[in-house]
Design a protein around this ligand. Structure first.
Ligand code: ZN
Length: 134
């Protein structure tokens, strides 16, 4: 067991190993493989195998700078998606208590509390008043 471990460590020396992108591709690969158990789709199966090869290729690659660049690009994309998702989540939560109106004059977005009936809204940008039901 120890001998195998040492051999593996020697094999992995100077190789890239796992990162966030390879974790993502391996999870995606597993998901696709589970999917093929329920629907026998050749395309999904081929995609899963290609993902598996890609994951191992990156893991055993000796081109470390290139692999970490790929990972960085993936992380940038991931954080952007996460940011958008959080924004939408906050908007949905907020829409229960507030409404967004657009100023008819300058299109400035104005956030007002809900359930106040007909109110006069003053645009903070162009100082125009308009009536809206909240
Ligand atoms: Zn305005």
């Amino acid at each position: 067991m120890n001998e195998f471990r040492n051999r593996f460590i020697r094999f992995m020396y100077g190789r890239y190993g796992m990162d966030q992108l390879s974790k993502f591709t391996s999870i995606l690969c597993m998901t696709l493989l589970v999917l093929t158990l329920f629907m026998h789709n050749g395309v999904v199966y081929t995609l899963a195998i290609l993902l598996l090869i890609y994951t191992y290729f990156r893991c055993f690659s000796r081109n470390i700078s290139r692999r970490s660049k790929e990972n960085q690009r993936y992380l940038n994309f991931y954080y952007k998606c996460q940011g958008k998702f959080n924004y939408i989540k906050a908007r949905i939560k907020d829409s229960k208590t507030h409404r967004i109106f657009k100023c008819p004059n300058c299109s400035q977005k104005i956030r007002v509390p809900k359930g106040k009936g007909k109110i006069s809204i003053k645009c903070p940008k162009c100082r125009i008043d308009f009536i809206k039901r909240t």
